[in-house]
Structures are given as C-alpha cells and as structure tokens.
Ligand binder design. Sequence first.
Ligand SMILES: [Zn+2]
Length: 252
Amino acid sequence: MKKNKKIVIIMIIIIILEITIYQNRLLKKEIEVQASIAKQEKSEIQNQNEIKEEHPEIPGKTTDWELILINKENPIPENYKIELSNIENAHKVDNRIKTAIEQILADARKQGLQPYICSSYRTRNTQKTLYNKKVAQYRKQGYTQENAQKEASYWVAIPGTSEHEIGLALDIVSKKYQILDEKQESTQVQKWLIEHCTEYGFILRYPTLKKDITMINYEPWHYRYVGIENAKFMKEHDMCLEEYIEYLKKYE
Ligand SMILES: [Zn+2]
C-alpha cells in the first residue's frame, strides 16, 4: 500500500512537470509568433515610408476636374456639365483652359511658328459624323461592319468616349502641314509643342509607345489639358493619363 502511494505521488509529480514544460513551450512559441508579427508590421511601415519618401508630392487627385479620364472603358458621365468659351477661328474649349491654350499659341508664335487649331470642342453629333465617316472608309476597303468599327475606333473615338466632347482636348497642327499623319511630329510647330506643352498644362495624349494602354493610335497633334503640375509629373515619370490615374489611385 505504502509503495503504491509512493508511485502515485511520483507519477503526479511527473505529470505536473510535463504540464509545466508543455506550458513553457507554448508560451515561448506565442512570444516568437508575436515577435515575427511585430517584425512584419515594422517592415511594412518601412516600405510605405520608403514609397512616400520617393514621391513626397503627388500633384493630383483622381477627382480633379482636369484629370477626368475619358476612353473606351470610361465614357463621359451622363450628367457631365461643360461651360464653353470661344477661342480663335470659332473654336471652343472648356472655359477653364481658355487662358492656357491662348498662352501656348501666343508663345509658339513668338518663336516664329504657325500653330493652327484644326479641332477643339465637338458636339456628340459631330463626333458621330466623324466616327461614321471613318467606319465607312474601312467598309469600302472590304472590312466587315464589326472590324470596320474596331479599326475606326483607333483613329476616331467612339461617340461618348472622346475628350473633344468635354472641351479639354485640341488637335493642333502646323499651318504649313495640316495632314493628320505621323509626319506631323517632324514639323517645327509640333516639335516645339511636344517639348513645351507640359509647361502650359498640356500632354500629348496618345504617344506612340502607349497605344496598347490608350487604345488609340499615335496622334502627334492631340493635346489634352491636365494642369501644369500633373503634366510635368507625367512627363517626368513617362506616364500616359491611364497610367497616371492608376498611380494616383494607389495613394488615395
Ligand atoms: Zn484629337
């Protein structure tokens, strides 16, 4: 009987010891997990700070009026309001960009250049007419209706998806060379405009290397107003409007 009691006591001690060891192990593990979470959180915060430090001042917000994104996937909102102002040769633009366009044209002329606006604000009906004309051209070449529409949309935006309909875009050419083809980029007017447009808040909206993103062919004559700081930032970081908007969304 005495012997049995001893064994029981020893067993109880062993069990208590084992429980204590097990508890200690659990505690140690928990401390390790907490330490690793803390480490992870710290490195995430560090990363965020690094990104912010790299670009301490992002000039725009996606909600800014001058950054409205209009393309095949983002048609003009139905309630979009526009106040137009007249500029030269009976052209019209959103009145908020009147001064910027007048300034860039005046400064180009001071350089002895002859810029010429060939398109500015368009009504939905004008856009429809231009688009249908382009589709008809492709139909004449033997394209199916579906393919003709697709090809046309790379040159003339589908009605309701053109920046010309919101008065923030202009097609500017050299008075001496008014054909809308790639040779535009070699005229003195276009060279000057491409180099200086950001200083007035404009971007060349459809660069040749961004066609896959903009879904519009290279147009070295189509300028879009986005504001001076945004334009400069986009140029510096080689971003088209679609890319810039995506970039801004990351920080909002
Ligand atoms: Zn245009």
